[in-house]
Design a protein around this ligand. Structure first.
Ligand SMILES: [Fe+2]
Ligand SMILES: [Fe+2]
Length: 155
């Protein structure tokens, strides 16, 4: 297992657990707590997606010619996840709690599928691309600016 895998797998398990915490709080009727946990999770998770969208995915595209289709699919997943996050944020904001489970379930499933797929893709291409360019990856991460975020968030 390499460093990229460790970072990726660690973050993925953390976000999956965080989303479960949101669900548990909601299930116990603690809506304020559910909303607080959701916001905490989502702020962190937005950054995770940005790092992938703006640094890691482009670097895979550049270094591994055959990664294109997989990176396209992973990017599509991010678009779907962003849509589902918007749905859930809407439900919480407008206290439409009767729709909560219907919004959370597809998001959680999508996250699990995406995370597993991404871990598989990264470990398939990771060793010979990203690690060889680790300094550049770090430099690109450091250059990321809030204003460059291409993804639009309404919350
Ligand atoms: Fe991702
Ligand atoms: Fe990820």
């Amino acid at each position: 297992m390499n460093t990229t895998d460790n970072w990726l797998v660690h973050d993925h398990r953390k976000y999956e657990a965080a989303l479960r915490e949101v669900e548990l709080a909601a299930g116990a009727g603690q809506w304020e707590e559910a909303e607080r946990l959701f916001r905490e999770f989502v702020e962190d998770f937005k950054l995770h997606m940005r790092i992938e969208d703006e640094v890691l995915y482009p670097m895979f595209r550049e270094s591994v010619a055959e990664s294109g289709e997989d990176i396209d699919s992973l990017t599509e997943d991010h678009n779907d996840i962003a849509r589902l996050l918007h749905d859930l944020a809407y439900v919480l904001k407008h206290r439409e709690y009767e729709h909560f489970e219907d919004s959370l379930a597809p998001l959680y499933r999508m996250m699990l599928d995406h995370d597993a797929y991404e871990e598989e893709v990264f470990s398939r291409f990771g060793e010979r691309s990203l690690l060889a360019r680790r300094d550049e990856a770090v430099a690109r991460l450091n250059r990321m600016q809030p204003s460059d975020n291409r993804r639009e968030w309404s919350f």
